[in-house]
Write a protein that binds this ligand. Structure first.
Ligand code: SAH
Length: 514
């Protein structure tokens, strides 16, 4: 029997900012059957892998040691032998102090096919995010990447300290924080000037990014005073001075904030991109999933008799999309809505309709059901009104319109269900107080979040974490769940929600600087 042969892809994940994964890496990850990943990786990266892919964490965990390099090699060989498409996801670049070479040799020995997808190494990207180019015309023509974890008590050294001190302009040390005093003393001993600028950059490209600048003479004292810890890069050389001209990420308004978005998968991207542009680190945690209704019959019946209705009111983008999908599945098209008046609860819903070629006839000033009832209700007396909605939508709109004399047919067009996502990594982030804020864009995202975390746990985990809600209904649900709401958007849209975050954090900063 011939063995089914898999393939192992060694992929560099970049330094932490999820946007720094390469396009090729992302494509491989999206086709993975198994992902083997390390400590320090941004958990959001795993969202690129299929949800049913097996995810194996080989780093240190509270209840067990990290796998040794031999054990990891063996694991990759075993998975490869099972004929699987395996992604070995490694921080930075696999071949820059990543022990990728050892993994490749083990695969080669076992006759398992492999591919390498290089990544953006922290050695260049972390300095870049601190505004330090590792080479610069007229200032630095040579650069070296050096391991900083060589035991200083060892008699012999694999590092040519004299060569580094005398002949290389920019020195970039990885894994060097614990040995900083040794590194400094070696460079000074071989003649590098005590005035040489040094920068320490920790958690580069992540929300915790922090940079400390000094010289070979004073960096030890400064690092000790600041309790500067790993993971950090040490940059030695004149290029460090360029930071005063080139620092950029710290200037973004949401720099240093890690923000959790609870929107369902398909809807999180635009908000994530906008927040990332503003400097935040975004963690997407889809607490709900949008699925078809349990029973299509009520909607089908309405679609078969659309001419009986005067108005259709859409109260969400999902409502529009599911209504439309079903309309087409039933062999109808846009013409079936000819002659009907159409209302949209807000601009996003109106845009979703526009994409289908329909302009909404009516939209309230304020994007809540109450505003529809107050504004449109009086026009609907004796009118036949169709409300395609989520199966768990509030009863308010239907009841209020009925009170005003409308004949309302409410049908389920979709369902929101709790997303049984892997909550371990997210819980860990909350537990370690590594989240600044969480955003909720609907009552169901609040309820599912609390449900996924467990009610008591959710309240404890959320202490000190800012809660932002898209509108008053969502905020009320959050308060009922026991959460304290930091701010509610004034404009009940994604843009309004982002503005609320900006208002809160830029004001805070102005206050802090006073
Ligand atoms: N293969 C990786 C390096 C792995 S060694 C790469 O190419 O980037 C681990 C070391 O990388 C850490 O000790 C630290 O020195 C550095 N490092 C990785 N990510 C970092 C980050 N986000 N900020 C600062 N240093 C980082």
């Amino acid at each position: 029997m011939t063995e089914q042969r898999g393939k192992v892809y060694l992929i560099g994940a970049g330094p932490g900012d999820v946007g720094l994964l390469t396009i090729k890496g992302q494509k491989c990850l999206s086709q993975a059957e198994v992902v083997v990943y390390d400590r320090l990786l941004n958990p959001s990266l795993l969202n690129h892998a299929p949800s049913d892919a097996e995810k194996i964490y080989v780093g240190k965990a509270p209840n067990r040691h990290a796998l040794t390099q031999d054990e990891i090699n063996e694991l990759l060989v075993t998975l490869g032998r099972q004929g699987k498409k395996v992604v070995r996801l490694k921080g930075g670049d696999p071949f820059v102090f990543g022990r990728g070479g050892e993994e490749v040799l083990a695969l080669k020995d076992a006759g398992i096919p492999f591919e390498i997808v290089p990544g953006i190494t922290s050695a260049i990207s972390v300095p870049a995010y601190a505004g330090i180019p590792v080479t610069h015309r007229g200032i630095a023509s040579t650069v070296a990447f050096i391991t900083g974890n060589e035991d200083p008590r060892k008699e012999s050294t694999a590092i040519n300290w004299e060569g580094l001190a005398k002949a290389v302009d920019t020195l970039v040390f990885l894994m060097g924080m614990a040995n900083l005093p040794h590194i400094v003393s070696r460079l000074l001993a071989y003649g590098r000037s005590p005035d040489t600028p040094v920068a320490l950059v920790r958690w580069g490209t992540r929300a915790e990014q922090q940079t400390l600048v000094g010289t070979l003479a004073d960096i030890n004292g400064k690092a000790q005073a600041a309790v500067f810890s790993n993971p950090a890069i040490i940059v030695v050389g004149e290029v460090v001075l360029l930071r005063s001209l080139m620092a950029w990420v710290e200037k973004k308004p949401l720099f240093g904030r890690r923000i959790v978005i609870t929107r369902p998968k398909g809807q999180a991207q635009s908000m994530a991109e906008k927040l990332t542009d503003l400097g935040a680190e975004v963690i997407t945690f889809p607490t709900i999933e949008i699925v078809p209704p349990d029973d299509w019959r009520p909607l089908d019946k309405a679609l078969d008799s659309l001419t009986d209705f005067d108005w259709v009111i859409f109260t969400s983008v999902n409502g529009v999309n599911y209504f439309w999908q079903r309309l087409l599945e039933r062999e109808y098209d846009a013409r079936s809505l000819a002659g009907l008046k159409i209302a949209a609860i807000g601009p996003a819903t109106a845009r979703a309709l526009e994409k289908k070629g329909i302009k909404a006839d009516w939209q309230p000033q304020e994007y809540v059901a109450e505003a529809i009832a107050a504004g449109l209700g009086p026009l609907l007396e004796d009118k036949q009104v169709l409300l395609p909605r989520a199966d768990i939508a509030r009863r308010f709109l239907k009841e209020e319109l009925r009170k005003q004399g409308a004949k309302v047919t409410e049908v389920a067009a979709y369902r929101t269900v709790k997303n049984e996502a892997d909550v371990i990594a997210i819980r860990e982030l909350f537990n370690n107080r590594k989240v600044s804020a969480i955003t909720f864009t609907s009552s169901s995202t609040v309820r599912s979040f609390v449900d996924l975390m467990g009610k008591d746990d959710a309240l404890t985990l959320m202490q000190g974490i800012d809660v932002f809600c898209i509108g008053p209904v969502t905020a009320a649900t959050a308060r009922e769940a026991g959460l304290s709401v930091t701010a509610t958007a004034r404009d009940y849209t994604e843009t309004g929600l982002i503005q609320a975050l900006l208002d809160c954090y830029t004001q805070q900063e102005a206050g802090e600087n006073n």
